[in-house]
Design a protein around this ligand. Structure first.
Ligand SMILES: [Fe+2]
Length: 220
């Protein structure tokens, strides 16, 4: 079992990650809360299908395999050697499970930041919604290689901050409010090498209602 990672994850992450003690290989691919073509034209059906069915599935499979090996192993050295597979695939599963919920079709809740706690917090911590998006896009565009851009809640300062993580590292220092996948598999088929266009389009399908619920939960 992945006891080390589980112990340091925040409760919302741990719920996504947690498996019953009776079985090591129970992580499954969560269903998308919308259709594969529902985020068009901002994120293509082709990307969504591959991203969900192939990439996320691979993290789930990798995590199950690593946990199974870990549970069977009596060797400390072997268990240490499994840590990177657990981190990479476990992080990939956690991050993508959050990401699908962070998005919503533009003709439903996608892209709409209504008056409320999240909007007020964004305006307090970044000056305005426009300034926030500008800063978020500049910070995440600067990620070298693959990683994630986050709007995170800092439990120490009780403020919203923009942070990034490399590879599939989950966000541990902050509670994730909104995460954006900056791996090329998330945009290349549609936006090619122009990461800025992907980052600009994604705001049309961000589920701010979900983000606000996360903020409310994190601020308790
Ligand atoms: Fe991804």
């Amino acid at each position: 079992m992945f006891s080390i990672a589980r112990s340091v994850l925040r409760p919302t992450l741990a719920r996504t990650f947690a498996a019953p003690a009776s079985s090591a290989s129970v992580h499954t691919l969560p269903e998308l809360p919308y259709g594969y073509n529902a985020l068009e034209p901002h994120i293509s059906e082709q990307i969504m299908k591959l991203h969900h069915q192939k990439h996320h599935q691979a993290y789930v499979n990798g995590l199950n395999a690593a946990e199974e090996q870990y549970a069977k192993s009596d060797s400390t050295k072997e268990k240490i050697a499994l840590q990177s597979a657990l981190k990479f695939n476990g992080g990939g599963h956690i991050n993508h499970s959050l990401f699908w919920k962070n998005l919503a079709p533009a003709n439903e809740d996608g892209g709409k930041l209504a008056d409320g706690a999240l909007k007020s917090a964004i305006e307090r911590d970044f000056g305005s919604f426009e300034e926030f998006k500008k800063k978020f896009n500049a910070t995440t565009a600067a990620i070298q290689g693959s990683g994630w851009g986050w709007l995170g809640y800092n439990p120490s300062t009780k403020k919203l901050e923009i942070v990034t993580t490399a590879n599939q590292d989950p966000l541990i220092s902050h509670t994730p409010i909104l995460g954006v996948d900056i791996w090329e598999h998330a945009f290349y088929l549609q936006y090619h090498n122009v990461k800025a266009d992907y980052l600009s389009a994604i705001w049309n399908v961000v589920n701010f209602k979900e983000a606000e619920n996360r903020l409310t939960e994190a601020s308790k």
